[in-house]
Design a protein around this ligand. Structure first.
Ligand SMILES: Cc1cc2nc3c(=O)[nH]c(=O)nc-3n(C[C@H](O)[C@H](O)[C@H](O)COP(=O)(O)OP(=O)(O)OC[C@H]3O[C@@H](n4cnc5c(N)ncnc54)[C@H](O)[C@@H]3O)c2cc1C
Length: 382
């Protein structure tokens, strides 16, 4: 019987993928336990669809883990005791580990500006998305909806709501220029789509705080709205920092080129919770589902080798390839990017791009299932 016990914290895109891949690669060399506070995986990349009133399939861990050797424990992790090598859950249970994969993801940062928590809606999870939908449904005709934050998530939310509930007046508020990270062709297409959906684009607005039904901006009059959605940046749990793991000022775990917490080789960190600056790019890996899944695969592969006393000196590598952003159900934009995440001029648009986006969303879930039957099936650009 093996002495090793790998505990994976968080069953999101990164953690669940790592668990499934490790099961295929090394279940004879380690016991595997997956811990998550929920009994189902949150398909975060589709939460805006839920907010707009579409029905989504529930992906329970029980279904994912059928016919695997992975044990699932439902509970919220409260502490990682590095000395005792054990996890403590909020109900007092403790779980020992020899190896740990930390994949607790991220949440929307509600402390970024005063008033976010009190006066705005957030796409924080399934329940929050359903509550937002309920609130949208109850609004009278021509109510004003303000989506604050013009990143990829903000664009997806604004277009989804404007298309599905056309009797609402949707505004998208951005700090800089609208869609400035896209290529010229990308910006022009996004402007055209927003115009078609009658989305009011308010750029160059630096939001300072929120009060009830009001968005306050630097050097501008407050903007009033009947419902405000905050689509700003993500933040990570303070748990890693509190547990003495090496972290960045934003709380992400600093990892080496093998995705192991610095100077802590038996602890891996992956997905949004990890700060990985070791790929050949100028910037650390971006928080995204597109990067979380490769990190999950890599960590599982590397750990599987380690458990078999084999050396794996290949560092984690990831090359960006494209951004795929839904624009309602009838259109999307595929922005081709260079390996360092800067945009190329080439874009794909319309229904064809919408089909690609839908394919990607389905593929993320299917590829996790696929690891059960075909370990190593998931590949990524590197
Ligand atoms: C509306 C929206 C649209 C998006 N669209 C895209 C997109 O198109 N493409 C893209 O690449 N990315 C997209 N993203 C970003 C993407 O969803 C995240 O980057 C991705 O989910 C990160 O995966 P992860 O596994 O690191 O973390 P998560 O998916 O956040 O998973 C973390 C898991 O840990 C669990 N957990 C957290 N804390 C605890 C605790 N203390 N105890 C126990 N369990 C805990 C959670 O329940 C969760 O299951 C989108 C995000 C949003 C919100």
């Amino acid at each position: 019987m093996t002495q090793h016990h790998t505990v994976i914290l968080g069953g999101g895109y990164a953690g669940l993928m790592a668990a499934m891949r490790l099961n295929g690669r090394a279940k004879q060399h380690t016991k595997i336990t997956l811990i998550d506070g929920r009994d189902h995986m949150v398909e975060r990349i589709r939460l805006h669809q839920l907010a707009a009133g579409q029905k989504l399939k529930k992906h329970t861990y029980q279904n994912f883990l059928r016919k695997t050797a992975i044990r699932f424990v439902q509970g919220w992790v409260e502490q990682i005791d590095q000395d005792k090598q054990q996890i403590r859950l909020n109900d007092g249970r403790t779980i020992p580990f020899t190896h740990l994969i930390y994949a607790l993801g991220s949440q929307i940062d509600t402390k970024r500006l005063p008033g976010i928590a009190e006066f705005t809606y957030l796409l924080q999870g399934i329940q929050a998305a359903e509550q937002l939908h309920q609130a949208l449904k109850e609004l009278p005709q021509n109510s004003r909806i303000a989506i604050c934050g013009g990143g990829l998530t903000g664009i997806e939310i604004a277009t989804e709501i404007a298309e599905t509930i056309p009797h609402l007046n949707v505004s998208l508020i951005t700090r800089g220029s609208f869609a400035e990270s896209f290529s010229k062709a990308g910006i022009a297409y996004l402007q055209q789509i927003c115009q078609g959906l009658k989305i009011n684009l308010l750029d160059q607005h630096t939001i300072t705080h929120f009060t009830e039904n009001a968005i306050h901006c630097a050097d501008k009059q407050p903007i009033t709205a009947d419902l405000i959605i905050w689509a700003g940046a993500f933040t990570v749990s303070p748990l890693a920092q509190q547990s003495g793991l090496p972290t960045q000022p934003n709380g992400q775990i600093t990892v080496d080129s093998n995705l192991r917490a610095i100077d802590t080789p038996h602890i891996y960190a992956i997905g949004d919770a990890a700060h990985c600056a070791t790929t050949p790019h100028a910037h650390p890996i971006r928080m995204a589902c597109a990067t979380a899944m490769p990190m999950g695969c890599y960590a599982a592969d590397h750990l599987a080798q380690t458990l078999q006393n084999k050396r794996d000196d290949n560092p984690f590598r990831f090359n960006y390839f494209m951004w795929c952003v839904s624009l309602g159900r009838r259109a999307a934009i595929v922005q081709r990017v260079n390996p360092n995440d800067t945009p190329k001029e080439r874009i794909l648009t319309g229904r064809f791009a919408a089909r690609i986006k839908e394919f990607i969303c389905r593929f993320t879930i299917r590829s996790i299932y696929l690891e059960r039957f075909w370990p190593g099936a998931y590949q990524w650009p590197q």
